[in-house]
Unconditional design. Structure first.
Length: 186
């Protein structure tokens, strides 16, 4: 399923996936820095701070480290499940999709081809939905997006996709995420 093309030259979804990725990547240094700051603060104003409060704060930070690590492992398991399912669904569609782009570009899409494309568009929309919620890693999303761009270059697929996305039926997936085809008769 994964086809590597140059990275799309548009902004991909930002927000929750980026923040979550940052926190999961740097949670330990962040937590240790906060612990260090708490210890420094206690040492500076030790006359005014109860040591029990400091121990409670450090304990809370250590509990947070455990929670983040456990959450990260759970989300990695979910990602693996989603990744495996989405790739299996794509593999079931791959041959039919390749036949569509290899076919005569002047011919109308058949009902079977349209149904295959609807299944593919639904798959893309679901991938985007889980990416937007932060359950799909950025690298996987970008690879899938590169694959979507290959099919978007086909003028028949592009026309159907543009019509479908106008209905707002694909969980917020937008044409802006895809690279416009080069003007060479597409």
């Amino acid at each position: 399923m994964i086809v590597f093309l140059p990275r799309p030259n548009q902004s991909v979804v930002r927000g929750l996936p980026v923040v979550k990725s940052f926190l999961f990547r740097y949670y330990l240094p962040i937590a240790l820095a906060v612990c260090f700051l708490v210890i420094i603060a206690v040492l500076i104003v030790r006359a005014h701070v109860d040591w029990k409060l400091s121990v409670t704060i450090v304990g809370g930070i250590l509990s947070s480290i455990y929670f983040v690590q456990k959450q990260r492992l759970e989300e990695l398991r979910l990602f693996k499940e989603l990744f495996t399912e989405f790739n299996a669904r794509y593999d079931a569609l791959n041959e039919k999709l390749n036949q569509i782009i290899a076919a005569n570009q002047e011919a109308e899409l058949t009902r079977a081809e349209i149904n295959t494309l609807y299944n593919y568009f639904n798959l893309c929309g679901e991938e985007y939905l889980y990416y937007k919620q932060g359950y799909i890693l950025q690298a996987a999303w970008e690879a899938w997006l590169n694959g979507m761009n290959i099919f978007y270059q086909d003028k028949r697929i592009r026309k159907l996709l543009e019509e479908e996305l106008a209905t707002n039926s694909y969980y917020g997936f937008k044409l802006d995420f895809l690279t416009k085809p080069e003007a060479k008769g597409s």
